[in-house]
Design a protein around this ligand. Structure first.
Ligand code: NDP
Length: 329
């Protein structure tokens, strides 16, 4: 059976361009489960893979889409049967392997997670890799002792995907959330997700001048990295933790070790791609429990396959708000 996909090709001059194509099923890569994809989404990494590749894509033609949710169509693995609802994030799907920007995907059974009870395939992709990672970050902060009574929690890149979901989950759990954004016009949106106050990006944009500033934050989910993360480290309360998720503001970390040595601050690395299965199931169960569905719906911008090239460029410029849900059918 033929299926539609957003295929990225590379010209002889090295330029990439994506377009919707109809492919025959024998073009699908090897794998033990074939999924009828219903929804995918647009994450920062998708922006890279839709465009010049960012060093992530190995070969062309390529079908991007680092996550998807859908229904199993055929399976050679006893864990999955036709009709099962599944979700996939990570494992370099959409980068090295063909991904979710297609009506069909063929993957390893090990990479799939059964859709958690209480979530639709659409809601699972409103969460997507960005939201799944936000949950991992919140869980890591909790594991390091964060509770609502510890004080204000900072979320950077708050109007983006990771930041929006982190804000909504933390607020729902009773935390006082300070949301950092470079888009002041998103104040109403962020307060609607539960942010108690807005911190202007410029306030944290300057590079570190003093290694320690006033102890302000009880925890932080950081989607930005770079100079902002360096600055935030010096503002953490004694013994508090920062979950480092992203690099929307840069990969360099122009910091000193003083916050670690004098305030016992912890920098927790968060990786969603290679998370083991049990941790994935735990995170998805927590999402189904701790992320209010009406808040999730407020983040959603609907899209189709043909919209993807434009959305990929927009997310790389920090212009996408919340979560794009791509109905691939
Ligand atoms: P988005 O583009 O949706 O969000 C990023 C947000 O960061 C933007 O919306 C903007 O928020 C802010 N931002 C953008 N550029 C800058 C800048 N130069 N300086 C300061 N803030 C900036 O992306 P995602 O939420 O999907 O991903 C966020 C980051 O997390 C990315 O770097 C991504 O690669 C990473 N990530 C990592 C994962 C992991 O496994 N570790 C998994 C998923 C994502 P605002 O306008 O509110 O300021």
């Amino acid at each position: 059976m033929a299926f539609r996909a957003l295929v990225v090709e590379k010209d002889e001059d090295g330029k990439t361009h994506g377009a919707v194509q109809t492919l025959s099923e024998d073009r699908l890569p090897a794998g033990d489960v074939t999924v009828a994809v219903e929804y995918s989404t647009v994450n920062y990494k998708d922006g890279l893979c839709l465009g010049p590749g960012g060093g992530l894509v190995r070969s062309y033609p390529h079908v991007p889409g680092i996550d998807f949710a859908g229904t199993v169509e055929a399976s050679d693995d006893p864990r999955y049967s036709p009709g099962d609802k599944v979700v996939l994030t990570g494992w370099r799907v959409g980068e090295v392997h063909w991904g979710g920007y297609a009506e069909k995907a063929r993957v390893k059974a090990d990479w799939l997670v059964p859709l958690p009870g209480g979530l639709t395939t659409r809601a699972a992709m409103a969460v997507g890799t960005a939201g799944f990672t936000a949950m991992l970050a919140v869980m890591a902060l909790e594991d390091h002792g964060l509770t609502p009574s510890n004080g204000e929690v900072l979320v950077t890149g708050a109007a983006g995907g990771v930041g929006s979901v982190a804000t909504a989950i933390l607020a729902h759990l009773g935390y006082e959330v300070a949301a950092v954004t470079g888009r002041p016009e998103q104040e109403g949106y962020l307060k609607g997700l539960g942010a108690a106050r807005i911190v202007a990006r410029e306030e944290l944009a300057e590079t570190v001048k003093r290694p320690l500033e006033a102890e302000t934050w009880a925890g932080c989910v950081d989607a930005v990295g770079g100079a902002m993360l360096a600055r935030v480290l010096g503002q953490m309360k004694y013994g508090a933790s920062v979950a480092a998720v992203g690099l929307a503001g840069g990969a360099a970390l122009p910091a000193t070790v003083i916050p670690f040595l004098l305030r016992g601050v912890n920098l927790l690395g968060i990786d969603s791609v290679m998370q083991p299965y049990d941790a994935r199931v735990r995170a998805w169960e927590r999402i189904a429990r701790d992320l209010p569905m009406e808040k999730l719906e407020a983040m959603v911008e609907p899209a189709g396959l043909a919209d993807l090239p434009g959305l990929g460029a927009a997310i790389l410029k920090g212009q996408v708000r919340g979560r794009v849900v791509v109905d691939v059918r």
